[in-house]
Design a protein around this ligand. Structure first.
Ligand code: FPP
Length: 234
């Protein structure tokens, strides 16, 4: 770190890593008599302004839940539209995030994804080389499967400890998860970053993801700064 730079990560009032469950796209579209795919399109548009607001406030890493392994069980037409959206929007989105000083990485199982989607991910991951902030896109991601994978890697290394399991998580190189936001009114984690969420502060809002604003995100960051975190101690 340069000597004149402020180490924002040292300020406990700012979360180092925020995870976002972007829920409510379908309801947003249905309430406007639009197809669900239109809700997902609006959802993608909202990623950059929210991430920008978080990074501007000193957050070093944001993980967004874009596609869960369970989402693969939705009607074929919806899954197809989500993949089409990914193919069309991922590079434009990543380019905008790179301008904001972030690199992009992906968490999730790639082996079962179409080759062209994996190729786009690999390309996207190179665009922000050298940037010190991170946007982690959880795509074809499920936390239980991630934990099983990490345990297998730990067992193969001959050492099963919290550290060795953490080294096998997709988030191994990312800061500690401090805050989880879920939009859309439900109050659950839905197989998102379960291991990493151990001491994460939870934030829920009824606002549907496409309507979630930078102002509301800032309010949550303000509330985070006021919370007392004890990590199990007195
Ligand atoms: C939840 O809304 C949202 C999803 C299942 C998908 C979120 C995906 C994106 C915003 C697009 C990702 C694409 C890129 C390029 C990163 P829901 O459909 O469950 O909404 P509902 O609860 O109102 O039905």
């Amino acid at each position: 770190m340069k000597s004149d730079a402020v180490d924002i990560s040292a300020d406990a009032r700012i979360p180092r890593h925020v995870g976002i469950i972007m829920d409510g796209n379908g309801r947003w579209a249905t309430s406007r008599h639009l197809p669900r795919a239109a809700g997902h399109r609006a959802g993608v548009k909202n990623i950059e302004p929210i991430v920008e607001c978080m990074l501007d406030r000193g957050v070093r890493c944001v993980t967004v839940f874009a596609f869960s392994t369970e989402n693969g069980g939705r009607p074929v037409s919806e899954v197809k539209s989500l993949f089409a959206l990914f193919r069309k929007q991922i590079l434009p989105l990543v380019k905008k995030l790179v301008v904001r000083g972030a690199r992009v990485v992906f968490s999730g199982e790639r082996e079962s994804l179409p080759d062209d989607v994996v190729k786009l991910m690999t390309e996207a991951e190179t665009l922000g080389d050298g940037n010190d902030k991170t946007v982690n896109i959880a795509f074809n991601y499920g936390s239980r499967a991630e934990i099983v994978r990490a345990c297998k890697l730990a067992a193969a290394s001959g050492e099963i400890t919290e550290r060795s399991i953490e080294r096998g998580l997709y988030t191994a190189d990312l800061p500690e998860l401090d805050m989880i936001v879920r939009t859309g009114g439900e109050k659950r984690l839905s197989n998102f970053l379960l291991y990493q969420a151990a001491y994460g502060e939870l934030f829920f809002t009824d606002t549907l993801w496409p309507d979630f604003s930078a102002a509301e995100a800032c309010d949550m960051l303000d509330e985070f700064a006021k919370r007392t975190r004890r990590f199990g101690k007195v």
